[in-house]
Design a protein around this ligand. Structure first.
Ligand SMILES: Cc1cc2nc3c(=O)[nH]c(=O)nc-3n(C[C@H](O)[C@H](O)[C@H](O)COP(=O)(O)OP(=O)(O)OC[C@H]3O[C@@H](n4cnc5c(N)ncnc54)[C@H](O)[C@@H]3O)c2cc1C
Length: 330
């Protein structure tokens, strides 16, 4: 086994998930410490033109597994493709984003390769050649370190925004290696017939750089309009507390928290959300947190970077209006 670190570049319909580029940062540190190099792997259909973009973020060799069977994500064929790239790269460590695809694929891949696996890591380091993965535990109250012993393949998925992406270098190039797809019968048991996307045009909370969330205090689905208006100006995703989702104001696909989605955006704006421990579990890793709440004792203020003790129905439309002014002037 070499000392190379392989990064899985997640793409859908030719669009690379930005969190994939962030993986190149810890990959470079780990590869340097091990004396190896950073490689990347792109799996999909007609993905050849993505190689240049990946090279600019520092990958030395970019492996592509390009096949019409890989046009839509399926764990079996994707795991087979990535396993082939791991063999070709002779990788010691594989990094993947903690996305829906990353979680699903990492588990399948680890079983297939009999590898050690750590999911949703916030920090990666080395102890000799052993990989030390830090993970948030108990709703983010504790950080636990796990040792993945060297000598077998080590796979880690990394939480979005845990690391910044490296600065892309114009003119950087990588060796492009194409790997043919070979599938067994068991790789192809599951078939995807159709993928139905959401029609709102608003981003998913796990993919956005900015999230504006509303709580039960919005009182109705109709009132969530002001949250959507602010989100549009900021090019943000809309999130919600479980109480707001349970009340039917928002679909559960927008729920942030322990039993919802975990988000780590650059900016999280919590509008009329109390800050129950189960909600904090899903957003306390955000870089900057703005809380808007009428109750100054609300627990959300304990994790907030900026707190506004004010009625959200007054502040949110004002904020939207001001931001519209600023964007129009820019
Ligand atoms: C097993 C389990 C799992 C859970 N998982 C989740 C989860 O994943 N995500 C989640 O969110 N919750 C989860 N919960 C529920 C959680 O405990 C809380 O009940 C929920 O987060 C409360 O939502 P809320 O803050 O919107 O509502 P509330 O608790 O009703 O708080 C509303 C807040 O809005 C403020 N407010 C009221 N009016 C205004 C106004 N006009 N302007 C500004 N502020 C105003 C109030 O002061 C209050 O702080 C879970 C609970 C359990 C038991």
């Amino acid at each position: 086994m070499s000392n190379n670190v392989l990064v899985f570049i997640e793409q859908r319909a030719g669009k690379i998930l930005p969190a994939s580029f962030q993986l190149l940062t810890p990959a470079a540190t780990l590869a340097q410490a091990l004396g190896g190099q950073v490689d990347a792997c792109i799996v999909g259909h007609q993905v050849g033109e993505l190689v240049g973009a990946v090279a600019s973020y520092g990958a030395k060799t970019v492996y592509t597994v390009d096949d019409s069977e890989l046009a839509l994500y399926r764990a079996g064929p994707y795991a087979a493709a990535l396993a082939a790239a791991i063999d070709k790269a002779d990788a010691a460590i594989v990094l993947m984003p903690t996305s829906f695809m990353g979680r699903d694929l990492a588990a399948r891949l680890a079983a297939r390769k009999r590898a050690a696996l750590a999911i949703d890591c916030t920090e990666l380091a080395l102890d000799g050649a052993d990989l030390i993965a830090t993970k948030a535990m108990y709703a983010g109250k504790f950080a636990a370190k796990f040792k993945l012993s060297a000598g077998r393949l080590q796979i880690a998925t990394v939480r979005t925004n845990a690391y910044p992406a490296p600065e892309p270098q114009t003119g950087a190039s990588a060796e492009a290696v194409s790997i043919p797809l070979t599938l067994t019968e068991s790789d192809q048991r599951l078939h995807v017939k159709e993928i139905v996307g959401t029609s709102s045009g608003i981003k998913d909370v796990t993919e956005a750089d900015i999230v504006v969330s509303g709580g039960r205090s919005l009182k109705s689905e109709e009132n969530f309009k002001i949250i959507y208006e602010l989100a549009r100006v900021l090019d943000a995703a809309v999130g919600a507390s479980r109480a707001a989702c349970d009340a039917g104001y928002q679909p559960h696909s927008r729920q942030v928290g322990l039993t919802g989605k975990v988000v780590t955006p650059r900016l999280y704006i919590a509008c009329g959300i109390d800050g129950a421990i189960q909600h904090l579990a899903g957003m306390r890793g955000s870089k900057v947190i703005v809380a808007i709440n009428t109750k100054k004792e609300a627990p959300i203020f304990k994790v907030a970077t900026y707190g506004c003790v004010v009625d959200l129905f007054t502040l949110v439309p004002l904020l939207t209006q001001e931001l519209q002014h600023v964007t129009a002037m820019a």
